[in-house]
Design a binder for this molecule. Structure first.
Ligand code: SF4
Ligand code: SF4
Length: 253
């Protein structure tokens, strides 16, 4: 059966759009950070309040059933912070035990949230704007300083561990999306994924060099294994490949 393929497009146009989306996401941090912050979610849970962050993560989980970690590649401000700084990050995060830490962080985070709701006597309210002032997250110099320190930490982790090191190692949201993708892979319904034709590959390794997650994309193409937990479906590899060996595809497993 012929698989549906994406139409040919300018290499740079899609990546330009992606990079601009990441820049905008980064610039909007003063507005959006409380809707994304795992800490604000825990603070709300301690008062029995379902915050905007919980609603967002439920949405991201359901989206991951169809588009895996597309959020990380195209919209996440934490990812944006690391990718904007990637020109000074020369090394990549190696496969291994460190990539498993995020699942432990996710499990701990979910347990703390559940326990906090339990301690608060259950859910008392839903407040998407919890913690914000007129919908704005950074409403004082103190909050600004805390956010700057947190994002400096995220950048430092990536700087010392490798490109998008925080996404690889510590992000609890990554684990939620990986779980969504695993569920989809069990049932095999149509979803966005990478498709590769090894016969077209000339082993130039441009795809591996461009991958913001530092994956060995050339090796993935050669092995015919394009499904990776740490792939954020950014399409940089597809848009870099001079032979069109990699494409986005919407298909069954
Ligand atoms: S393998 Fe391709 S789509 Fe996945 S993260 Fe790397 S460059 Fe992006
Ligand atoms: S960029 Fe394309 S041709 Fe080059 S190694 Fe990757 S898949 Fe092969």
């Amino acid at each position: 059966m012929t698989e549906p393929q994406e139409p040919q497009r300018s290499v740079s146009s899609r990546q330009n759009i992606r990079k601009w989306l990441l820049v905008i996401s980064f610039l909007l941090i003063p507005v959006t950070i409380f809707y994304i912050s795992p800490v604000i979610i825990m603070m709300g849970a301690a008062e029995g309040i379902v915050t905007g962050g919980i609603l967002l993560f439920i949405l991201i989980f359901f989206l991951s059933l169809f588009v895996a970690r597309l959020w990380c590649g195209w919209l996440c401000p934490m990812g944006a912070c690391q990718e904007i700084g990637s020109p000074v990050m020369k090394h990549t995060v190696a496969d291994g035990w460190r990539n498993w830490i995020k699942y432990g962080v996710m499990a701990l985070w979910i347990i703390v949230i559940a326990y906090s709701f339990y301690g608060a006597g259950g859910i008392h309210a839903v407040d998407p704007f919890y913690g914000t002032v007129n919908g704005i997250s950074i409403s004082s110099l103190d909050i600004l300083m805390i956010v700057v320190i947190i994002f400096s930490g995220i950048f430092a982790i990536a700087y010392f561990t490798g490109r998008r090191g925080f996404c690889h190692i510590l992000c609890p949201q990554a684990g939620i999306m990986v779980a969504g993708r695993k569920i989809r892979n069990i049932f095999g319904w149509p979803a966005l994924q990478l498709n590769a034709d090894a016969a077209l590959c000339i082993d130039c390794k441009k795809c591996s060099k461009e991958c913001p997650m530092g994956l060995d994309v050339n090796g993935m193409v050669r092995k015919g294994e394009m499904e990776k937990a740490d792939c954020i479906l950014c399409a940089s590899c597809a848009d870099t490949c001079p032979k069109g060996a990699i494409t986005y595809a919407w298909r069954n497993k």
